[in-house]
Design a protein around this ligand. Structure first.
Ligand SMILES: [Fe+2]
Ligand SMILES: [Fe+2]
Length: 306
């Protein structure tokens, strides 16, 4: 498998002129971002509304290749923005934990759940996501509310991981929701970190904004929006959020939201295991270079043809 490293966004040098000389040296932290691995075991399907063919749309091998590439290029931390499984099966979570082990063992991992990780009543009742992975990928003995989960990214940035996944009897039309409590907590955290001179990045599963439909699966994902996306737009407009990272839609894209100090990037990582050949849907991961002013550059690691 060939992996192409594509610098897809370069941002001009940070505005540091007004800072004191001792603060001028920008410290860069490298954050990896991968999403929507949708791991499954083909032999266990059909189940939960999916066919064996649905499993073939995703490849654990592609995901493994991208995770290895992230390891090789060197990242200080990795965030996985949900849908690590296809239907929240126990074996699927085990595979995810195995796949991400190099990062979790090094305490360099943050994971948030996606709607597929809460696909069945059983997966929710057993707290499977939290017990198998949890916010740091190491699993929890007893499932307990764990978000917002805040991770320092060096001294100059912080990742605020939120849980937007909600269970619904019809998963295909169940929206995600952050909820007022998490939104309130996120606002306090963004304020605190900004005051301390750190860039605050938000990460969760669902999209905030969905660009006009390009592929059939976009129509599907439009039925599962983030119910309180308006609150995220408001948060970004009122407080200095450095970036919003998410998945859910299986095509990679970036949109900017108006923020207090200029455009705030909202980055969708697409799927890190999709077997599609279409350039926009090809399996990928991102590497962000971050300093206290926010994201300085974005590099895409794209799975090539085998
Ligand atoms: Fe997904
Ligand atoms: Fe999703």
């Amino acid at each position: 498998m060939i992996l192409a490293a594509t610098p897809c966004l370069q941002i001009p040098a940070p505005r540091l002129a007004s800072l004191s000389p001792s603060r001028r040296e920008a410290v860069i932290v490298r954050l990896g971002h991968i999403s929507d691995l949708h791991l499954s075991e083909r032999s266990r399907y059909p189940r939960s509304g999916f066919t064996a063919k649905d499993c073939e749309r995703y490849s654990a091998k592609l995901a493994r290749g991208l995770l290895e590439a992230l390891h090789e290029v060197g990242v200080d931390h990795l965030v996985v923005t949900g849908d690590v499984t296809l239907s929240g099966e126990a074996r699927e979570f085990e595979r995810a934990a195995e796949l991400l082990e190099a990062f979790s063992a090094a305490r360099k991992l943050t994971v948030v759940p996606g709607n597929h990780d809460l696909w069945t009543e059983d997966s929710v009742a057993t707290g499977r996501f939290l017990r198998a992975l949890g916010p740091d990928g190491r699993g929890m003995r007893k499932a307990a509310p764990s978000y917002p989960h805040v991770v320092p990214l060096g001294d100059d940035a912080a990742l605020i991981a939120l849980d937007s996944a909600r269970f619904g009897e019809d998963p295909l039309s169940t929206p995600g929701r952050l909820g007022s409590e998490q939104i309130r907590a996120a606002r306090v955290l963004v304020r605190e970190h900004h005051k301390a001179g750190r860039a605050a990045l938000l990460a969760f599963h669902h999209h905030v904004v969905l660009p006009p439909e390009r592929v059939r699966s976009d129509a599907l994902v439009a039925r599962m929006p983030l119910a309180d996306a308006d609150q995220v737009v408001r948060l970004v407009a009122e407080l200095p959020v450095a970036a919003v990272l998410h998945g859910h839609r299986h095509t990679a894209f970036r949109v900017d939201l108006p923020g207090v100090a200029g455009p705030t990037p909202v980055l969708c990582a697409g799927s890190g295991s999709r077997t599609s050949d279409e350039p926009v849907r090809r399996a990928r991961a991102y590497v962000y270079e971050i300093d206290r002013t926010g994201i300085r550059s974005v590099e895409a690691l794209v799975a090539g043809t085998e």
